[in-house]
Ligand binder design. Structure first.
Ligand SMILES: O=P(O)(O)OC[C@H]1O[C@H](O)[C@H](O)[C@@H](O)[C@@H]1O
Length: 298
């Protein structure tokens, strides 16, 4: 087990080859590599656009940006001064500590507290911590939200914006059949606000997709012919599936044709708001595990 603290990031190295890189900017995980049981070659599981800014001038286009306290454009009155997806992904987090360093696991914690620039946009007391845990075949991330107010409740949304490195034309996401979702690509507001039912057994992103599944199963598989990632979550009740297809060419920091090389599958609490009382802490977890076998169904 080895841990390298380098200026703007921390790098976790597991004895069995796995590694992960976390930028202090945004507490953004920008790399997660591991071997599979059938292949001893290290595989990068996360996509980061070649045009992404890693210097802290803009939220990273790729990896696992942290969305907090609002998802998408703000709708809560207390969030009205915030940009899309809130501030957590574009603030400099503090290195806090190593939590575990055993043969099986290495885990670290970064924290974020209100600064003058955050308070100017979001005037609520809070303490945030991100924990990243790496084992041989798994990466887990946790967002801890503490309400440090002594008298006011805290309302927020939170999400891990996972960009998985995968051939988007071949990706399937399972099991979302019969789940309720909102289609953010629909042309009218009325349609975007209409709850629909997923009719597909396996969801693909061959077309421009921006779907928000509400109260989803919290246990998913994202597969493509050569492999995949399993996702389990706690407290992250919703799931966003996003791939911009050709509309991605309008995104300034997207590499050419980048949308062919990733799928975003994002567990979050994004429909309604999580609410915590003064002094309480909420924790959202996701566990990402390597699927070792080739996809056999479909
Ligand atoms: O461009 P960004 O602010 O990083 O957002 C990228 C995407 O994030 C989520 O997946 C949303 O559902 C999309 O509507 C949005 O386009």
């Amino acid at each position: 087990m080895r841990l390298d603290l380098k200026g703007d990031r921390v790098i976790l190295n597991h004895d069995k080859g796995a590694s992960s890189e976390i930028l202090f900017y945004g507490a953004t995980v920008i790399s997660w590599k591991s071997v599979t049981k059938s292949n001893s070659e290290l595989v990068e599981h996360l996509f980061v656009s070649e045009k992404a800014f890693l210097d802290g001038s803009k939220a990273v286009r790729g990896g696992i940006p942290v969305v907090f306290p609002c998802f998408g454009p703000p709708v809560h009155p207390q969030h009205s001064k915030l940009p899309q997806h809130g501030f957590a992904r574009s603030e400099l987090w503090k290195w806090d500590k190593v939590l575990t360093e055993t043969e099986a696991e290495v885990s670290v914690q970064l924290t974020l507290d209100p600064t003058a620039s955050i308070i100017a946009k979001f005037d609520r007391p809070f303490h945030l911590a991100i924990v990243v845990r790496l084992t041989e075949h798994q990466l887990a991330t946790e967002l801890h939200v503490q309400n440090t107010s002594t008298f006011d409740g805290l309302e927020f949304q939170a999400l891990f914006h996972n960009y998985f490195r995968a051939p988007s034309s071949e990706v399937l996401i399972f099991p979302l059949h019969h789940q309720s979702y909102y289609d953010k690509t629909a042309p009218t507001e009325e349609e975007r606000n209409r709850l629909k039912e997923e009719t597909r057994v396996d969801v693909d992103v061959k077309k421009y997709t921006d779907f928000v599944y509400e109260n989803a199963p919290q246990d998913y598989e994202v597969t493509w012919p050569q492999g995949g990632i399993a996702i389990k979550t706690i407290e992250l009740k919703d799931l966003v599936v996003w791939n911009p297809q050709e509309t991605g060419s309008k995104i300034a920091d997207m590499e050419d044709g980048g949308w062919e090389r990733f799928v975003c599958v994002e567990p979050g609490y994004v429909r309604g708001f999580a609410k915590i009382q003064p002094g309480e802490t909420w924790v959202g977890h996701q566990f990402l595990s390597v699927i070792h076998d080739k996809r056999t169904h479909l």
